[in-house]
Design a protein around this ligand. Structure first.
Ligand code: ADP
Ligand code: ZN
Length: 288
């Protein structure tokens, strides 16, 4: 059996056909433009692929409540053309079952089923890119709840010497507002990749990320935390974050996982494929 996977992002739509065992047979990237045009192109690409089901991992906020008339609609996004757009309308005519989740939940499930958290039931995946978002898998299933996790917007304590005004339009002190790639750019005036040699930049960055992660550990109790996204290309962040997370937890939690921080907080293993493999895992869970 082959399945369709769509990782719907703000700049591109990654479309793939994948075998049940995780072998990626075909993969293309379609630029994200106006919703109708983009989704017609996506559906067109899948039309003759003979897929048995379809997994979608999309930017949010998106309605994941199957009982809601808005199921599969993009909700209050800043991408105004996409606000209240029914992401599934061009896909339903393919006539196969469709499973939908957020992009980060998809990536988290991909890592939990096929990647570096393979076999673990409780995993958190944090992406630190243009924005910050977390996917959460508990008991082998992605967390949805009332809407879905928006863990990039948890509060962190602002460092006294940090001059930045948060880049989040809603929160003065959220981790996305202070530690996303956009925040780094706003604070220093140049893209994060150009600040590689600046020790203070990564010390501050690791502090904000570690504050958020210590909160996630206390709330969610994941067995592994995977960090991805463009900013995490700065590999020096990993040891800094591990040390600071341990400092913030301050010995309160004693587990085998936390004693082995090197493996507990780790980079993603699937390179660019965690999203589409997560889509495969989503549709397989739905069908079986
Ligand atoms: P997006 O979040 O838009 O899907 P990415 O995960 O690639 O995309 O993240 C893009 C962000 O990562 C940008 O803010 C960019 O400045 C930052 N970034 C990309 N490469 C690096 C790098 N080598 N070091 C630090 N930051 C980087
Ligand atoms: Zn925010």
């Amino acid at each position: 059996m082959r399945y369709g996977a769509l990782e719907a992002g703000g700049t591109k739509m990654v479309c793939a056909v994948i075998e049940e065992n995780g072998t990626v047979l075909e993969k293309v990237s379609i630029p994200t433009e106006a919703p109708e045009k983009t989704m017609k192109a996506v559906a067109g690409w899948f039309a003759d692929k003979e897929i048995a089901g379809f997994g979608v991992a999309a930017f949010g906020p998106i309605c994941l409540d199957e009982k809601s008339p808005r199921y599969g609609y993009i909700l209050e996004t800043t991408k105004s053309e996409w606000k209240y757009y029914d992401l599934l309308q061009e896909l339903r005519p393919l006539g196969v079952p469709i499973a939908v989740d957020t992009d980060v939940n998809g990536a988290c499930l991909g890592e939990a089923v096929y990647g570096c958290a393979k076999g673990l039931s409780d995993v958190l995946y944090l992406t630190v890119g243009t924005g910050i978002g977390a996917g959460i898998v508990i008991g082998g299933r992605t967390v949805r709840g009332m809407l879905h996790p928006e863990a990039g917007h948890v509060r962190v304590m602002k460092r006294a010497n940090d001059p930045l005004k948060s880049v989040c339009a809603y929160h003065e002190n959220c981790v996305e507002g202070l530690a996303s790639g956009s925040a780094i750019r706003a604070r220093y005036g140049v893209p994060a990749a150009e600040l590689t040699e600046r020790g203070d930049v990564w010390e501050l960055e690791a502090d904000y990320l570690a504050q958020a992660i210590a909160g996630y550990i206390c709330t969610v109790s994941p067995k592994k935390i995977i960090l991805g996204g463009g900013v995490m290309h700065q590999e020096k962040l990993f040891p800094l974050i591990r040390t600071k997370v341990a400092e913030y937890l301050n010995g309160y939690l004693v587990t085998g996982e936390l004693q082995d921080m090197e493996h507990y907080i780790c980079p993603s293993a699937l390179k660019d494929n965690q999203g589409i493999l997560g889509c495969l895992a989503l549709i397989l869970q739905k069908i079986k």
